[in-house]
Design a protein around this ligand. Structure first.
Ligand code: UGA
Length: 469
């Protein structure tokens, strides 16, 4: 029988909220603290505030029983054995992570510390943050023996955060004290000993009782670097395939075939080799910049990361050129845009390449009618509706009388459009697909002039056009 541990989670954003309800699902008693009373009230009432699969179900299962929400950090941490810090670490103007929220929480924890606690950094932070947290707690008059600071980075993807948490590839615990490492081992025991996977009503995923996830125990600094290095490496993989896709375009090769041929090498692997309009989201852009900045501060030349960023910026500009090449001129053109979120299955628009593209097209004098299954409300706050910016109720009404259709986000439903209906809705049969959602031959067979990433353009054959007419 695993121990139920009292846990406090500070911050109820993507990471904090998912961690809180998943710890409850693993049998622990959790108090989630947020300084925003409206957020706390919404969570107590069962509103997750974010679009994330399985989260509403878990919140309803445990809210106000195994997971409590409060604004009172002192009360939340009083009985907790572990306090997880899961507040935001936004990018500062210099590219560094802004750690002011982490510092503020560390000081507040210090003011309420009355018995030994393990303080866990869950937010993505640069190497040495652990040490800064320790120092700032000590500066607030707390004896060193009263606490340890551990790094336990999170590898959740938006859209599959709950199953990523409960079925992780690995659990990384960076601890410099045995006492703290033992508490973290107790917390994750239901996953690492496989017992969670024998339960009824569990969320299915790749881990099983026979193949539970490993817990990797490292130093605090290694754990901090593992998180940044993992995100930077994934971003590098995307920029690499985007650069390869440009070479494929220049040589009439097909990047899909190239990525498949590369990915079959088990040392490379097939994942994160999908070319597109560049990576976005709240993590990769900020984490690559922060990792580069840390390296710079340590006197380490890591200019590879600058290239990763450069390719990512160029990829968006190349897509704009592709749209221009398909349409000849852009001013005054009516463009149908499918997708605003930074990737499919989320309403998150932070650093979304799709929104950047929309802004660039508006800057070129186009008018836009956009549709996204979940991200339109958020987008309207940054790109308000106006004479040249409209929001549609579905993909087909976005395309009504438009000069071209662009796919900017990889929502699965955009890969299953009725292409014949779409073609007759558009003014011209031009589809510029930033996410390679269609086979070029299939799009051409449906009468489209089809342009995608890293694959030869495809055009309808004359016979088909005349037989369709
Ligand atoms: C990413 C990581 O995948 C998580 O492991 C990590 O925990 C998380 O950041 C974080 O640090 O919190 P996420 O930002 O949710 O997760 O999104 P991803 O699925 O990784 O996609 C990031 C961006 O890369 C998206 O814009 C996506 O469209 C793009 N992408 C992804 C590609 O262009 N090609 C690919 O092959 C894969």
């Amino acid at each position: 029988m695993n121990k139920s541990v009292h846990i406090a989670v500070v911050g109820s954003g993507y990471v904090g909220l998912v961690a809180a309800v998943c710890f409850a699902e693993m049998g622990h008693q959790v108090t989630c603290v947020d300084n925003d009373p409206r957020k706390v009230a919404a969570l107590q009432g069962g509103d997750t505030l974010i679009h994330e699969e399985h989260l509403p179900e878990l919140l309803n299962r445990y809210r106000n029983t195994r997971v409590k929400f409060t604004t009172d950090l002192g009360a939340a941490t009083a009985d907790a054995a572990a306090i997880f810090i899961a507040v935001g670490t936004p990018q500062s103007e210099t590219g560094d992570a802004d750690l002011s929220y982490v510092e503020a929480v560390a000081c507040e924890i210090a003011r309420h510390l009355t018995s030994y606690k393990v303080i866990v950094e869950k937010s993505t932070v640069p190497v040495y943050t652990n040490e800064w947290i320790r120092r700032s707690i000590e500066r607030n008059g707390v004896d060193r023996k009263m606490f340890d600071v551990v790094s336990n980075p999170e590898f959740l993807r938006e859209g599959s955060a709950v199953s990523d948490f409960l079925h992780p590839d690995r659990i990384v615990v960076g601890a410099d004290s045995e006492r703290a490492a033992a508490i973290l081992a107790d917390i994750y025991a239901p996953l690492t000993d496989g017992s969670y996977y024998t339960g009824k009503d569990i969320f299915p995923g790749m881990c099983t009782a026979d193949a539970p996830p490993p817990l990797l125990l490292t130093s605090t600094k290694s754990a901090e670097i593992i998180k940044h290095a993992s995100n930077a490496f994934l971003a590098l993989k995307i920029s690499f395939i985007n650069a390869v896709s440009n070479l494929c375009e220049a040589t009439d090769a097909n990047v899909q075939q190239v990525a498949k041929g590369m990915g079959l090498d088990t040392r490379i692997g097939p994942k994160f080799l999908r070319p597109g309009i560049g990576y976005g989201g709240s993590c990769f852009p900020k984490d690559v910049a922060a990792f580069r900045s840390v390296a710079e501060q340590m006197g380490v030349d890591f200019s590879l990361l600058t290239e990763v960023e450069k390719i990512n910026v160029q990829q968006k500009k190349r897509f704009l050129s592709k749209v221009r090449a398909a349409l000849w001129t852009l001013r005054g053109k009516k463009i149908a845009v499918l997708g605003l979120a930074f990737k499919g299955d989320t309403d998150d628009i932070r650093d979304s390449p799709a929104i950047e593209m929309v802004k660039m097209l508006l800057g070129e004098g186009c008018s836009i009618k956009a549709f996204d299954p979940a991200a339109m409300e958020r987008t309207q706050a940054v790109v308000p509706a106006g004479p040249r910016m409209e929001y549609a109720t579905d993909a087909y009404s976005a395309a009504d009388d438009a000069d071209a259709l662009l796919i900017l986000t990889d929502w699965a439903e955009f890969g299953h459009l009725d292409l014949n209906r779409m073609r007759s809705t558009l003014r011209y049969p031009i589809l510029v697909d930033g996410r390679n959602m269609y086979e070029p031959a299939a799009a051409a067979a449906a009468g489209f002039n089809y342009y995608s990433i890293g694959r030869p353009a495809a055009h309808p054959v004359r016979e088909e056009l005349s037989s369709n007419a």
